[in-house]
Design a protein around this ligand. Structure first.
Ligand SMILES: NC(=O)c1ccc[n+]([C@@H]2O[C@H](COP(=O)([O-])OP(=O)(O)OC[C@H]3O[C@@H](n4cnc5c(N)ncnc54)[C@H](O)[C@@H]3O)[C@@H](O)[C@H]2O)c1
Length: 263
């Protein structure tokens, strides 16, 4: 089916590594203009080259820290001046696995800024542009930790739950302007070594999960395998497409091998 994303303009935050990288390349294969926002500019630039090779209408890498509203506004202005803004993918997220009793107030603030304030900044910057043209799609990457109460992810899971709720409210407030807002919740999603930059959470995979833990996670899932970044990317592209998901808004979709099943 034609997803009608050719020539559309898409901003992906955290586009340099793993899931953001795969999302960017999936939009590129659809022939979209892609704007790759990342604090790691060199890594985003390397993915921008791959995006052009994959068929992107254009690809621009922009250094942007999503926790800084002025940097986000400059990012969105630059994308809009170049190609407009049809789709925003709020992909940036960060965590370090620790029990809540091991965490500090400084750690909580970092989690809140990156996982929630970044989404507020980016969403606030694109909504007026999308409202003016009565069309747009926003997809935020949350986590199954937002639905499950995941040990060692207390503050992160709380902020991802905030993202789910925020996106539902924005969906209700902006549907009249033709703007659809949805959420994708990955489960454990592991990149290959050449799919991450130095700033990725996965640059040292064993610090997240040992191979034995990954094996146990895979065995525990209904689909018996760990997620790959492309699994998430396909769901994001589906939700971004008015042709495929034009009547879908305010939804939270787990792409996690069946880890969460929410009725
Ligand atoms: N990989 C998983 O297992 C998993 C599971 C559930 C949810 N998620 C969510 O999926 C999303 C992507 O995760 P990932 O595993 O691909 O992450 P990753 O750490 O591999 O990549 C994140 C990218 O974002 C960039 N980045 C970090 N902070 C930034 C900031 N403040 N501003 C701009 N760019 C910044 C990094 O440089 C990196 O390129 C996140 O929201 C994460 O919470 C991931």
């Amino acid at each position: 089916m034609d997803l009608e994303l050719k020539g559309k303009s898409v901003i992906v935050t955290g586009a340099g590594s793993n899931i953001g990288r795969a999302i960017t390349l999936e939009f590129a294969r659809e022939g979209a203009h892609v704007t790759l926002a990342d604090i790691d500019l060199a890594q985003a630039e390397s993915v921008a080259k791959l995006a052009l090779d994959a068929g992107a209408a254009s690809a621009e890498a922009v250094r942007c820290d999503v926790t800084k509203l002025d940097e986000v506004q400059a990012l969105v202005k630059s994308a809009n001046d170049r190609a407009g803004v049809d789709v925003l993918v709020n992909n940036v997220g960060w965590d370090q696995l620790m029990f809540f009793t091991q965490t500090t107030p400084e750690f909580w603030q970092k989690i809140i800024q990156i996982n929630f304030v970044g989404v507020l900044n980016c969403t606030s910057a694109v909504l007026p542009l999308m409202a003016a043209k009565k069309s747009g799609a926003i997809v935020s990457i949350s986590s199954d930790a937002s639905r499950q109460g995941e040990p060692r992810e207390a503050v992160y899971g709380g902020m991802k739950a905030a993202v789910n709720s925020f996106m539902k409210t924005v969906a209700k407030e902006n549907g009249r302007n033709g703007i659809r807002c949805n959420v994708v919740c990955p489960g454990v999603t592991i990149p290959a070594d050449d799919e991450v930059g130095a700033n990725s959470m996965w640059v040292n995979k064993d610090s997240m999960f040992t191979p034995e833990q990954l094996d146990a996670i895979a065995k525990s899932l209904p689909l018996k395998k760990i997620g790959r970044p492309g699994d998430i990317a396909k769901a994001v592209v589906f939700l971004s497409s008015n042709a495929a998901a034009g009547h879908v808004t305010g939804q939270v979709l787990s792409v996690s091998g069946g880890y969460s099943m929410v009725g």
